[in-house]
Each structure stands twice: as structure tokens, then as C-alpha cells.
Design a protein around this ligand. Structure first.
Ligand code: WTA
Length: 640
């Protein structure tokens, strides 16, 4: 296959060019411990680590630790150490939903806000190791709340504001949170999101003792006496200093829930030292960070991208990070580029789904703005099709900004496969090559490791500092999910092709995770929501290709005897999923069918369901194991 190759644009002039990259790779291979301990020097430690990685992916010796004798505090690393010389530097630029309605916060201001929050949490009895839920819009107080947890050693768990009260309740319950930090309301695309009311609904049955409410819109929200407090009522009386807790490198920093193939969402646990080393390092490498940069990652802090590249990665590097509380199409499709010009953004990092949606609206929305400040573009979250890549490169970046297509996962903490913008030739659609120290392998279903140009399931052969350490309260599930399928390897759940130049092309999930607009959705979660409807007998949910969202959800539903599948029921079921999980998980299509294709042992043949959802009318492969082969014809007849 012939592919386009784009060389590093002239004049990019990165700190890390091909020679420096080759040196990094060589050192990482030859002396991994020294290499990783060198990276750890990016942080300020109370006690410097003397060991790098100590890990095994094998069942009998399974465990992952990094820098395990090191001690540090992450809020100190993000804030305090920058203050003596750079306290007046802008840490966060808050860009509100209404253009120009934001404000910025210097490192000193963010430090003081963090200390106030930390002191308030302490006053409310939150201690080291306790879990604190954060359910907030993209406002600087959300970052301060995360850093405040890090300061006192509490473990934060941020939940995306688009999740329903039911989803929030499930997460609060799973990690047994002792406090929730929220806002009265969020505002996005001029729509109001009733965050506090959602928290109230989530806590109806719980006994969480503290809810701290930050005023974002000033809306009148019910407050429960004794439990709920407005941050603004306390703020001015809170001290702007707070002694940081000294944490062990392996103490948990946060839990972030993510969807997998089966069951309810997993609480992915990241620890303090390794995660921080990894996001500090990758932010510097992949974004070629320079002190004059204004960095804008459009992700929400409710997802891992927001944790690693809106908050921790930039702040550890003393960068200026934009926190965007809006959407790409409000007030119009020029929003990103108008904001880039107004704020002087130099590095812009977004998702393919946003790029595709904007491309469709035409170049004029882009070209009417100058975008001269931009020098580097990035994407994350799902495979980017070469056409969208080219548009991003050519129209948005005027063919002068490298595009870094960064592959990684909630589980990996930070980027694992990506170009170095000043060193790696780019191929549109490929995340290119692993970062130094990362060892990807492609394997087939028979556990054979495949060499050379080939396709297979993507595994990683050795640990890296930012790797997740466990599933909250379920270490067995951690092993089962990621290390059982291919003994001795971390299995990513992604399929991948490697070309003759050793470039990696992620093809998407090979498990039952559906990636809708870069949001990970577990088919099992959507199915369990659908079957909770009294008229539904069974449901099977698959992804199918969608022009803008990458994938969309196609739900097959069988009904209880005597029930009729009509338009009203379709609407009800979609509503049910929105209510149970969140609007972003709503099926695009609902297909009522008399039966699902099952093997004689009762297993649903999802392969067939995926094909039909994609629009195939034949080529279903071997259907002889179906208990009732006529089911396929019935399914084809009822296709949506
Ligand atoms: C997909 C987001 C192709 C992949 C950081 C992965 C990608 C899942 C890319 C993780 C990319 C992420 N190219 N696919 N550059 N980046 N993915 O946990 O399927 O929300 O397994 O982390 O997104 O999604 P998650």
C-alpha cells in the first residue's frame, strides 16, 4: 500500500530531533533503570527514588511498582516549586462557554485556591487515603479541587459532568467517597447542566457527609443542611497555606472509572510517583514543550486526557494550560480558531470526532482566522482517518504544524505511541512509533508474537511508570482483564497493524468496547440499561461506523411476549439509556427483532450483529454453529 509521508515541516526546530530521539531510545533499551530514574528527576522529591520499575506481568509474581522508595507530593510539584521564580506566570486560562468570558489564574493564585480547598476538605474531616468525588464543569476550581486532594493525600475520582445521577451514584458507592465537590450548574453550548441537582439525586440513598458547591451560574439550588456548603461562603476565611502530605510514590493519586467489555465500569487506579513522571515526561516529549507555549487540550477533566494533559502534565512542566468549558460549535463553528487567535494558543490537542465535525462545515470557518500562533497540532481518542488528518494538517495548520496522533488509554496514564514532532516522519492515520521505553507487540489469537509488517492484537511487553496499578478494590479483575488473555503481556483491547517501516496503525477495539466520539462505552452497560425496561427481554449492543462520531451504537432488542416494538418504545428506550448512563451513550439505532443469533450453547454471535449493523447483507462467515440459522434472515429484514 502506498501511503503519504509528511516530513517534519521546515523551521519547526524542535529540541528533540532524530539524533536526540535515537539517543533516548538507545538509553531506554540499554539501561532502562537509569533511563527511568533520569526521567524521575523532572520531579521534586522529598526522598528521591533509588529504584525504577519493579514489576511482573506473570500470574504468580504479578505486581507493578515504580520508584517505590520515593516520596513526594504532587501538588507541590505542580505548584509550590514554581512559585519562587514564576508565581506570576499564568497557570490556567479559563475559557468559558461564552467567548471572552473567562479569566486566568497565575501559579500563585492556583496555589492559594488549592490550599483553601485543601483546608476546607480537612475541616470537613477528609483525610489521607479518603476518596473525594469531583463532578464539575471545566472551571479552574475543578483543577484546584483535584490538586487539593493531592495536597492532603486524598484520592480524587472525577466524574464527567455528562454522566447521569445513576452513573455518579454507582461510582460514589464503588469507591465509598466521603465528599463530593460540584458546582451549582454547568453551562455548555448555552445549555445549562444541573450538576448539583444530579448530585442530590445520586445521593438520595447514600450517606455522603459533605457536598461542596462552587457557584458557577449562581442558580438557586437546594442545599441540605449539615451536608451541603457553598465554597464561596467559606473561601475568604480559609488559609492560603496548607502543609502538604508527604506521599509514597505508590500511594494512589486518583481513581478514574472507565468502561470495559464486561460488567460495570472499572475504577482505574493511578499512583502518585509513576503517573507524575510519565505525564511530565510525555507532555515535554510529545508536545515539544517550550516556556512560551500556550497549550490547549480540549478534553474534559472527566476523562483521562483532561487529567493528564489539561491538569497534571502541563502544570508539572510549569506550562500555561487552557481550560475550555465550551463546545466546538458554539457560538459557531469558528469557536476553536477564534479562541486560538484571541489567546495566542501555540499547541492545540483535540479529538478526531471534533476535526471531522468541523471539516464538514467547510474551510471558511477556519481560514477566516489567522491561527499564526499555532505551531503544533495533536489528536487523541480514536483512530483518525487520513482524510481528516490531511484537512487538520493542511487547513488548520497551514501545512506548517506537525500533527501528533497520540495513542494511549485511561489505563496507560499517558501517551505511549506518538510521533516526536521534530523527529518522526508522519503518516496520516498512523500514531507512528512507540515512545522510548515502550515495547508494543502484535499477537494473534493463538498467542503467537507476530514479527514484521502484520496485523494483530496490540499488547505491551514491559511496564512503564504511568501504567495503572489496579482496579479499585478488585485486584483480581485487574489481572483478569489485562494480563490473562496473553500471559506475560499487557493486552490493550485494541487491534493494530504494523507496516514495513515499523509504524503502528491502530484499527480500533477488538473487544466489546464502543468508541463514540472518543468516549468509551461498554456494550454490557448499555445492554443492562435496555433490559431494565419492563418490555425488553434481551438486548445486544454493537458499534457501527459513523461519519462524525467514529462509531455509533446499534442496539438489537427482543421484547417480552405480547409487546410491540414501535416508535414510542424506541424513544422510551433511548431515554432509558440517557437516564441510566448519560446522553452520550444513547443508541443511534434500535432494531426490534424476534430473536438474537445465538450458538447452541447460548452465546450471542456479535460478529453477525456487527456485520448487519455495518450494512452487510452477506459474508457472515460460518453460521453453522447458530442454534437457528433463520434468525439471520429475520435480522436482515428488520435492519434499521
Ligand atoms: C482509542 C483516551 C486510535 C483506543 C486517551 C484506546 C485511539 C481507547 C487513539 C482508549 C489514537 C485512543 N488512535 N485509537 N490516537 N487514542 N484511542 O481510555 O481504542 O478513553 O484503547 O483513553 O481509545 O480510550 P480512553
Amino acid at each position: 500500500m502506498s501511503e503519504t509521508v509528511h516530513r517534519v515541516p521546515d523551521g519547526f526546530g524542535a529540541r528533540i530531533g532524530p539524533r536526540e530521539l535515537a539517543e533516548l531510545n538507545a538509553l531506554a533499551d540499554a539501561q532502562p533503570d537509569r533511563f527511568w530514574l533520569d526521567q524521575a528527576k523532572r520531579l521534586t522529591w522529598n526522598k528521591s527514588p533509588t529504584e525504577a520499575g519493579d514489576w511482573s506481568f506473570d500470574e504468580d509474581t504479578f505486581g507493578i511498582r515504580w520508584f517505590a522508595d520515593g516520596e513526594l507530593n504532587l501538588s507541590v510539584n505542580c505548584l509550590d516549586r514554581h512559585l519562587p521564580a514564576h508565581g506570576d506566570r499564568v497557570a490556567l486560562i479559563f475559557e468559558a462557554d461564552e467567548p471572552g468570558q473567562g479569566r486566568s489564574m497565575t501559579y500563585r493564585e492556583l496555589y492559594e485556591e488549592t490550599c483553601r480547598f485543601a483546608n476546607l476538605l480537612k475541616q470537613r474531616g477528609v483525610k489521607r487515603g479518603d476518596r473525594v468525588m469531583i463532578y464539575m464543569p471545566m472551571i479552574p476550581e475543578a483543577a484546584a479541587a483535584m490538586l487539593a486532594c493531592a495536597r492532603i493525600g486524598a484520592i480524587h475520582s472525577v466524574v464527567f459532568g455528562g454522566f447521569s445521577p445513576e452513573s455518579l451514584a454507582g461510582r460514589i458507592d464503588d469507591c465509598d467517597a466521603c465528599a463530593v465537590i460540584t458546582a451549582d450548574e454547568g453551562v455548555r453550548g448555552s445549555k445549562y447542566i444541573p450538576l448539583k441537582r444530579n448530585v442530590d439525586a445520586a445521593l438520595e440513598e447514600g450517606d455522603v457527609p459533605t457536598v461542596i458547591v462552587v457557584k458557577r451560574t449562581g442558580a438557586d439550588v437546594p442545599m441540605k443542611r449539615g451536608r451541603d456548603i457553598f465554597y464561596s461562603d467559606w473561601r475568604d476565611a480559609l488559609a492560603t497555606e496548607c502543609e502538604p502530605e508527604v506521599m509514597n510514590a505508590e500511594d494512589p493519586l486518583f481513581i478514574l472509572y472507565t468502561s470495559g467489555s464486561t460488567g460495570k465500569p472499572k475504577g482505574v487506579v493511578h499512583t502518585t510517583g509513576g503517573y507524575a513522571v510519565w505525564v511530565a515526561t510525555t507532555f515535554d516529549w510529545v508536545f515539544d514543550y517550550r516556556s512560551e507555549d500556550i497549550f490547549w487540550c480540549t478534553a474534559d477533566i472527566g476523562w483521562v486526557t483532561g487529567h493528564s494533559y489539561v491538569v497534571y502534565g502541563p502544570l508539572l512542566n510549569r506550562a500555561t494550560s487552557v481550560m475550555f468549558d465550551g463546545v466546538p460549535n458554539y457560538p459557531d463553528f469558528g469557536r476553536f480558531w477564534e479562541t486560538v487567535d484571541r489567546l495566542g494558543v501555540t499547541i492545540f490537542y483535540t479529538a478526531p470526532t471534533a476535526i471531522r465535525a468541523l471539516e464538514r462545515e467547510g474551510d471558511d470557518w477556519v481560514t477566516r482566522y489567522s491561527r499564526r500562533s499555532l505551531r503544533l497540532l495533536g489528536t487523541v481518542g480514536e483512530p483518525i482517518n487520513p482524510d481528516a488528518w490531511e484537512w487538520y494538517y493542511r487547513v488548520v495548520g497551514d501545512s506548517r504544524c506537525p500533527v501528533v496522533d497520540t495513542w494511549w488509554q485511561t489505563e496507560t496514564g499517558g501517551i505511549l505511541i506518538s510521533p516526536f514532532p521534530g523527529a518522526t516522519d508522519m503518516k496520516p492515520g498512523s500514531a507512528t512509533k512507540p515512545l522510548p521505553g515502550i515495547k508494543p507487540l502484535l499477537v494473534d489469537a493463538q498467542h503467537n508474537v507476530l514479527e514484521g509488517a502484520t496485523s494483530g492484537n496490540l499488547c505491551i511487553a514491559s511496564s512503564w511508570p504511568g501504567q495503572m496499578r489496579t482496579v479499585w478494590q478488585d485486584h483480581g479483575r485487574f489481572f483478569e482483564t489485562y494480563f490473562k488473555a496473553y500471559p506475560g503481556l499487557y493486552f490493550t483491547g485494541d487491534g493494530c497493524r504494523r507496516d514495513e517501516d515499523g509504524y503502528y496503525w491502530i484499527t480500533g477495539r477488538v473487544d466489546d468496547v464502543i468508541n463514540v466520539s472518543g468516549h468509551r462505552i461498554g456494550s454490557a452497560e448499555v445492554e443492562s440499561s435496555l433490559v431494565s425496561h419492563r418490555k425488553v427481554a434481551e438486548a445486544a449492543v454493537v458499534g457501527y461506523p459513523h461519519d462524525i462520531k467514529g462509531q455509533a451504537i446499534y442496539a438489537y432488542v427482543t421484547l417480552n411476549a405480547g409487546e410491540e416494538g414501535d416508535e414510542d418504545l424506541r424513544k422510551e428506550l433511548i431515554q432509558e439509556v440517557r437516564h441510566d448512563i448519560g446522553a452520550f451513550s444513547a443508541p443511534e439505532k434500535i432494531h426490534f427483532t424476534p430473536a438474537l443469533p445465538k450458538t447452541r450453547s447460548g452465546k450471542i454471535m456479535r460478529r453477525i450483529l456487527r456485520k448487519i449493523a455495518e450494512g452487510a447483507t452477506d459474508g457472515f462467515g460460518d453460521t453453522s454453529t447458530l442454534a437457528d440459522p433463520t434468525v439471520v434472515d429475520a435480522l436482515l429484514a428488520g435492519r434499521q
